[in-house]
Ligand binder design. Structure first.
Ligand code: FE2
Length: 281
């Protein structure tokens, strides 16, 4: 199961995503062990609004296998390297006693999950050192080196992580297709085997102009529904050399269900934005 959760608060922006990571030696995607997640806490700083796009999975989230050697090291052609993955470098403690730890686990709730608040007498981060193979780490999207080409690069060129039955791709500011006859925006496609959730972080997403999409928007393209650039986007993109866009996509290989918040945030117009008809016309 994959969950896409978006939170919005009045705290500061974060430029990175913390993910639970386990080294290959101890990791098993099919394992039911409790090592799938690690205790962590978000501490936003600053005054700007915080918008998070949280992806939770019932498997480990790892770099794409095509970028890993058989020993688990990132290969030279990977768009990021081990130095870009930042582990905690200092101990951080909070309250001293009766600390609440929120534990998500298998149960009778939605999606077969349940939650428990586990109160422990001392802060779990109050330790004298840190060892082991499971730890949170941060990767800043600005450290992703985009892969570009003469003709359009398909989504796997943008892949940054993967888990069981889903991949994560990011679309970062980059030089675009440089064949003299190239059409820089994506071609129309029908992602037959994937539901596609896109979070538009920053910049100006070229293919979605005129659709109502802006910073902070999320789009859902369900599997089997053909889609592509909005009307006029192909013509506007001809001759472009650079796209200033920043977006993160999750492609799932199992169907997604819309939660209450997803349904409530539907603007009712996006699905019609290719046709010139519907509520936005
Ligand atoms: Fe798509």
């Amino acid at each position: 199961m994959v969950q896409v959760v978006v939170q919005d608060s009045s705290a500061a922006s974060l430029s990175c995503v913390a993910l639970a990571r386990a080294r290959a030696a101890s990791a098993s995607a099919s394992s039911a062990s409790s090592t799938r997640a690690t205790t962590h806490r978000w501490i936003p700083t600053g005054d700007e609004p915080l918008r998070t796009y949280a992806v939770e999975a019932n498997s480990h989230i790892t770099p794409p296998k095509q970028y890993l050697s058989r020993h688990g090291q990132l290969l030279e052609h990977a768009p990021f390297c081990e130095r870009d993955l930042r582990a905690p470098n200092e101990l951080l403690t909070g309250e001293d006693s009766d600390v609440e730890v929120y534990v998500k686990h298998r149960g009778q709730g939605p999606g077969g999950l349940a939650g428990t608040v586990h109160v422990i007498p001392d802060h779990p981060f109050d330790v004298v050192g840190w060892d082991g193979c499971l730890y949170p780490y941060a990767f800043n999207i600005s450290d992703f080196e985009p892969i570009t080409g003469r003709v359009h690069q398909p989504p796997p060129a943008h892949q940054v992580f993967e888990g069981a039955n889903f991949v994560m791709c990011n679309f970062v500011p980059r030089k675009v297709d440089y064949h003299p006859l190239a059409v820089p925006v994506p071609y129309y496609h029908s992602n037959v085997d994937s539901d596609e959730v896109m979070f538009y972080v920053d910049g100006d997403y070229e293919a979605r102009k005129g659709s109502g999409i802006g910073k902070g928007s999320i789009s859902l393209h369900p599997g089997g529904h053909s889609h592509g650039p909005q009307p006029g986007a192909v013509e506007r993109s001809l001759g472009a050399e650079y796209f200033d866009e920043l977006a993160v996509m999750v492609d799932t290989f199992r169907p997604l269900s819309l939660g209450e918040a997803g349904t409530a945030s539907d603007d009712g117009r996006y699905a019609w934005s290719w046709s010139g008809r519907g509520p936005s016309a």
